[in-house]
Design a protein. Structure first.
Length: 163
């Protein structure tokens, strides 16, 4: 599979799906793990050919090669937007900005930064769609709050409509 950036080779050069559904977040912090929980729930869903599900965890820097050169990437994550818990936001990468701070560690790279890096490297996904879910709790715990857990089926419907 050829890369857009001439001479650039991915770490894993095996063929991959053109569409990626990426759930990100920390499942140890209750609603922060909503993206991962949606992807887990989608494993029971019949997906069209060419669609891959991935638990992206919390390491956005590790995702650079995974999201690079895809046709479409759909990202699901917790987003604090000030609305009621369980509110669903839909936006694109131009609606968010990379963090305005000095990065001193690869662990400080967030998803907006990773998307910016793929754009700079000339390997950004062709289409990026982001679904953010307003969290209620971001403290220690493996379970989603009832308000956030209740929207998982709706988020799956919305993601499926993007395919």
């Amino acid at each position: 599979m050829a890369d857009k950036a001439e001479g650039r080779k991915r770490k894993n050069s095996t063929p991959r799906s053109p569409t990626l559904i990426l759930g990100v977040g920390n499942i140890l912090l209750s609603d922060e793990g909503i993206g991962v929980r949606v992807v887990e729930a989608m494993k029971e869903t019949k997906l069209p050919d060419g669609v891959e599900l991935l638990d992206g965890g919390t390491g956005a820097y590790d995702l650079l090669d995974i999201i690079a050169d895809r046709e479409k990437v759909i990202i699901i994550d917790a987003v604090k937007g000030g609305s009621e818990p369980g509110s669903i936001y839909h936006f694109g990468p131009d609606d968010i900005r990379a963090q305005q701070y000095h990065i001193t560690s690869a662990h400080q790279v967030g998803l907006p930064d990773a998307l910016t890096m793929t754009r700079i490297a000339g390997c950004s996904p062709r289409h990026v769609i982001i679904y953010g879910i307003e969290p209620k709790r971001l403290d220690w715990g493996l379970d989603l709050s009832p308000e956030v857990a209740a929207v998982v089926p709706r988020v799956i419907e919305l993601v499926m409509s993007e395919l």
